[in-house]
Design a protein around this ligand. Structure first.
Ligand code: PLP
Length: 216
């Protein structure tokens, strides 16, 4: 199938209330432009350097999502234009985003990344940690320049559908527990090429899909 067919076929499987982030990491500009020309505006990158290069080569109305681990010293490089940071995985990072956003008088939208996979995941808050912080109302009123929009998580890379379903469902549960403590908690970013259908069934509002679009 062509890129265009891949994209249209994918779009036909996504309900209207779920948004699609086209993950363009490692893809050439020409291919990304083809998807842009079909109307897609939200693109996701997992590395700051690659994001900066691509941003300069694509139209300015692209909405850039950072989906990979963000080092605190790189916050400055993306804060002026990034649409949503999916991968806020430490308190140090929240503090740095607050600090840089305040300096520039910006409000930055973020998702808190939670570890839901059974495999060793490097990044993200553990379930226990995020629930404890929530109990302590840690995020409430402390970060006036950070808008907590919701959560992001990645399921285990496995064929076991039951396990993936349980992991998504546990993230959805955490999302519902945290929601009352935030003003604008409405985004649950979960689901990739291999598991977006299960993610949507379990309450995802935003899927991040790369290879299903860009495979040829
Ligand atoms: C690469 C990546 C995706 C997309 O993965 P595909 O399997 O290619 O759809 C989604 N989320 C994150 C965080 C990624 O790094």
């Amino acid at each position: 199938m062509s890129l265009i067919e891949n994209f249209l076929n994918l779009k036909s499987q996504i309900p209207e209330n779920v948004s699609l982030i086209a993950v363009s990491k490692m893809q050439p500009i020409e291919k990304i432009k083809q998807i842009y020309n079909l109307g897609q505006r939200a693109f996701g990158e997992n590395k700051v350097q690659e994001l900066l290069v691509k941003k300069n080569q694509l139209p300015s109305d692209v909405n850039w999502h950072l989906i990979g681990h963000l080092q605190t010293n790189k916050v400055k490089q993306i804060i002026d234009f990034v649409d949503l940071i999916h991968s806020v995985d430490s308190l140090k990072l929240v503090e740095e985003i607050q600090h840089q956003a305040e300096k520039r008088n910006l409000k930055i939208k973020v998702l808190l990344q939670v570890k839901i996979a059974k495999e060793e995941e490097k990044y993200g808050f553990s379930k226990e940690e995020i629930l404890k912080l929530n109990d302590e109302k840690y995020f409430v009123n402390k970060f006036p320049n950070v808008i907590f929009k919701g959560l992001m998580g990645m399921a285990t890379f496995t064929d076991n559908q039951v396990q993936i379903q349980e992991e998504f469902s546990s993230l959805k549960t955490i999302f519902e527990i945290l929601k009352p403590n935030f003003e604008d908690f409405s985004t649950l970013s979960m689901g990739m090429s291999g598991d977006f259908a299960l993610a949507i069934q379990n309450g995802s509002t935003m899927i991040r899909v790369g290879s299903t679009i860009f495979k040829s």
